[in-house]
Design a protein around this ligand. Structure first.
Ligand SMILES: Nc1ncnc2c1ncn2[C@@H]1O[C@H](COP(=O)(O)OP(=O)(O)OP(=O)(O)O)[C@@H](O)[C@H]1O
Ligand SMILES: [Mg+2]
Length: 258
């Protein structure tokens, strides 16, 4: 099962949400940093002994293997981290995207057929996004948005484009939306739901990721402390089941067809 996490525009908290979601996933999971603009996870996370991760070992080595064989093993390119979550480190510089060339569809195939689940951060999503083949191969695309008029406007444009985009017989993944919002603002989810319903968009708003700067600092490795009980972790825990259910609709349809 492949879950891709992306934004329509801006930096609403894709990497933060993807990392927390993967750490709470109920079965075996690998977190993949596939943001073509350059990865953050290699800088945010640490090996179990506290040492830095090897930024050279990850998406680039996976690309080399995926180019040779459709049976590449994602796990071989993942590194263990201190919370136990295996991570495939991302690209260090945007120039490396050019070197990846036509291998993205092969990576999409490898990630979507991996045993267990894969949560992949694909960064900003648009028609020219190099990581689009990963989205096309995924079971669910999770779009992260902040509650602001301009964010909603970009989200609507992206949903319009996704509805028209048809990559082939498998079609596009199920799309779900999450709003990074102040936990005291109970209207954020409802307002966005209503806005999308007016425009006849069918993508469900799955819920809110709590705006929680202190916990987000921990996720980004800027501060060390436990965040088990933080609003951020508690809010993302509520999203695991809806994301899983949404992903299952396409995952099992695909499995049945195969
Ligand atoms: N739930 C949250 N609550 C508070 N701050 C957050 C939250 N999620 C992310 N942030 C903060 O917002 C900033 C951007 O977050 P993040 O890097 O996750 O976003 P992104 O969409 O992946 O951005 P980029 O375009 O750089 O890849 C960071 O400073 C991060 O700590
Ligand atoms: Mg990011």
């Amino acid at each position: 099962m492949l879950v891709t996490v992306a934004s329509a525009k801006g930096s609403p908290g894709v990497t933060t949400t993807a990392r927390v979601l993967a750490s709470l996933w109920p079965s075996d999971v690998v977190l993949v940093d596939a943001d073509p603009a350059g990865g953050d996870l290699a800088l945010w996370m640490r090996a179990p002994d506290g040492s830095p991760l090897d930024p050279e070992h990850g998406l680039l080595t996976l690309a080399v293997e995926a180019r040779r064989t459709p049976n590449a093993a994602v796990a071989t390119h993942a590194q263990p981290t201190d919370g136990g979550l295996p991570v495939v480190c991302g690209l260090q510089a945007p120039e490396q995207v050019a070197g990846m060339g036509p291998v993205w569809p092969a990576i999409g195939h490898v990630l979507s057929s991996a045993p267990g689940a894969v949560v992949a951060d694909v960064g900003r999503l648009g028609p020219d996004s190099a990581a689009l083949p990963l989205v096309e191969a995924s079971d669910v695309l999770l779009l992260v948005v902040r509650p602001a008029v301009e964010s909603y406007s970009h989200l609507r444009e992206r949903l319009r484009w996704l509805a028209r985009h048809n990559p082939g017989p498998r079609g596009m993944p199920a799309v779900g939306i999450v709003v990074v919002a102040d936990p005291r603002d109970s209207r954020a989810v409802r307002d966005l739901q209503q806005l999308l319903a007016h425009g006849a968009f069918t993508a469900p708003v799955l819920g809110a990721v709590a705006l929680d700067p202190k916990a987000a600092d921990v996720v980004a490795g800027r501060v060390e402390r436990g965040i088990e009980r933080s609003l951020l972790v508690r809010s993302v825990r509520q999203l695991v089941e809806p994301v899983y259910d949404l992903a299952s609709t396409r995952h099992f349809a695909h499995v049945t067809r195969a």
